[in-house]
Design a protein around this ligand. Structure first.
Ligand code: DON
Length: 561
């Protein structure tokens, strides 16, 4: 995985001289204790946008909308208007909701569209350029979320519009990202883009995005119609024509977000609420926690070889099921109840052997991967609402195509379909018919925005990017807290391990304990070091204290009061 190639992320965070906070002077804050509300997101300016909205009387849903709009400006690698996402919320009145705004395959998409005449996947066709994009869902998701908020879009979009129009100072990490993709931006675009300038970007430069500000204004004024019809939809269709893509104005007009019943289950006296299909996240989480529990890991210490082995074997089995069964529930019948039943989960671990790996071939799905970017945000307010949103363009900066005149990047989410049974996608994930391409279908996701309740009240509000590693990171975040009692900061910053059935190797982050690594190798596991790969945003609420943590692995930052 290209996450192995990630440059070592630095812990240094100060972006500019702290004077008046604003787009030119801001700093990263990794941890805070709040009394009323809190936000954790991938960028300080986005977290601040959410805090501002709550100060102005908005609730957590309003804030989550404002944070997403701001991320589309200040975190273009993953924040987006041209991608898709999922929202999971626990509302103050006790309702649990989820909104699916995953991208859809355009009407002209077809099953073998990424294969050559010999039936082999064409390298990077589902990843770079116009053909890689699904019909964007984010704006529909934000509009659908508004039902649970109270402020108008014009107010929620205001911070994002200011940031796009006046610009903001970029960090070293952002400058590196833009410089790395300079050639791709030039080659794949049909019009000049704000992300390319003559000299290389450096920390402290200002990024202004006027076309994006125009699109945000249309959304602020007209909601759905400001994006899925009229000028913006026309600009998307024109971009597709120039660049050889297939999204039409009709595709845009047809896009709708879906309300779905969240995955909900009990884990050791807590209620876990997470994203259902077309995300594999909630189901995967339920499977991993259930399978692991059948092996009683609590008898072993945190990160001991015995505990980690039990979790790896649960991860392996859950990913085998994912590859075989999971896809868009509007298109395929998925045996969700069977896959998550307690009896099934216990039986699934029947061939688990302590001290020995179960070969993946006996259970019955790598390469050069690119930088991956998705982003998660967690928000809680003073009224008792808790919101977890994960949103993405898929790869860093998605398809790298900016819609000419509209200033937003399009996703490369089509790669999350199984382009051919047995052919791994960017994350090395395999799939079958259940996740084959069809017009109007949503590609399977791993994004796992999750809320855990304790005594019926929000306790953990969390999620992370990381492609296929998302589910295993969420699995570990929950286990680290509920089984091992780690405090919020230690939990987020603890090194992760990951197994996804195929490839057979276990991935571990650099900081993974050496002794455990050696013991697992002795058992017969092959370990590969990589990462860092997650950027977990965690809010933890206990006894009236709100703790917000931003992951050390990025510019992630918290805000609140
Ligand atoms: O939906 C999915 O599972 C992927 N498109 C998510 C991509 C991702 O997390 C990249 N981030 N690091």
């Amino acid at each position: 995985m290209r996450i192995f190639l990630f440059p070592l992320l630095l812990l240094t965070c100060l972006v500019s001289v702290a004077q008046q906070p604003g787009p030119y002077h801001y700093s990263v804050r990794k941890y805070m204790e709040a009394k009323r509300f809190a936000v954790s997101s991938a960028h300080p300016l986005a977290s601040e946008a959410g805090a501002r909205i709550m100060r102005e009387g908005g609730n957590a849903v309003d804030a989550a909308i404002a944070v997403q709009l701001a991320l589309a400006v200040v975190y273009p690698a993953a924040g987006n208007l041209g991608g898709g996402g999922f929202l999971v919320a626990r509302l103050a009145d006790g309702r649990n909701i989820s909104i699916d705004y995953r991208e859809k395959a355009p009407a002209r998409a077809y099953r073998d569209m990424y294969l050559d005449s010999a039936g082999n996947p064409v390298v990077r066709r589902s990843l770079d350029g116009h053909l890689a994009a699904g019909v964007p869902g984010t704006v529909a998701g934000l509009v659908a979320s508004q039902k649970y908020g109270r402020l108008p879009l014009s107010r929620l979009a205001a911070p994002a519009i200011e940031l796009a129009e006046k610009g903001f100072v970029i960090t070293e990490r952002e400058a590196d990202g833009l410089n790395r993709l300079r050639e791709a931006f030039i080659q794949l675009n049909t019009r000049p883009v704000a992300f390319v300038k003559d000299a290389p970007w450096k920390a402290g430069d200002t990024l202004v995005q006027r076309d994006l500000a125009g699109t945000l204004r249309r959304i602020a004024r007209k909601g759905m119609k400001g994006f899925y019809a009229g000028e913006t939809a026309k600009l998307v269709a024109a971009e597709m024509k120039r660049g050889g893509g297939i999204i039409t104005e009709k595709d845009m007009a047809a896009y709708k977000a879906a309300s779905r019943k969240p995955v909900e289950f009990d884990f050791r006296g807590h209620t876990v609420i997470s994203m259902p299909l077309p995300s594999s996240g909630g189901i995967g989480l339920q499977q991993m926690l259930g399978m692991m529990d059948a092996t009683h890991p609590e008898q072993f210490a945190f990160h001991s070889p015995e505990a980690v082995q039990r979790m790896i074997e649960a991860e392996r089995r859950a990913y085998a099921d994912r590859a075989e069964f999971l896809g868009d529930p509007d298109f395929v019948k998925v045996p969700v109840a069977q896959l998550t039943g307690n009896a099934y989960l216990r039986q699934r671990m029947a061939d688990f052997t302590p001290g020995k790996p179960t070969p993946s071939k006996d259970i019955k799905a790598g390469g050069p991967f690119e930088s991956m970017e998705t982003t998660h945000l967690s928000v809680v307010d003073a009224e008792g609402n808790a919101v977890a949103v994960t949103t993405t363009l898929n790869g860093g900066y998605g398809s790298k195509v900016v819609v000419g005149g509209a200033g937003f990047l399009l996703n490369n989410e089509m790669d999350d379909f199984s382009v051919k049974p047995g052919a791994p996608n960017m994350y090395g994930l395999l799939g079958t018919e259940a996740n084959a391409i069809a017009p109007g279908k949503r590609m399977l996701s791993s994004m796992t925005p999750t809320i855990v309740l304790k005594n019926g009240k929000p306790y953990l509000v969390t999620g992370t990017p990381g492609g296929s590693t998302i589910i295993t990171s969420m699995f570990q975040t929950i286990v680290n807290d509920i089984v091992y009692g780690l405090d919020a900061k230690t939990n987020v910053n603890a090194p992760k391990f990951h197994h996804q059935w195929w490839p057979e190797d276990v991935m571990v982050e650099r900081e993974f304990p050496e002794a455990t690594r050696a013991a697992l190798e002795k058992m017969g596991y092959k370990l590969k070091t990589g990462g860092p790969w997650s950027r977990t945003e965690l809010i933890r609420i206990e006894n009236g204290k709100i703790e917000a943590v931003g992951d050390w692995r990025g510019d992630d930052s918290v805000a609140g009061e």
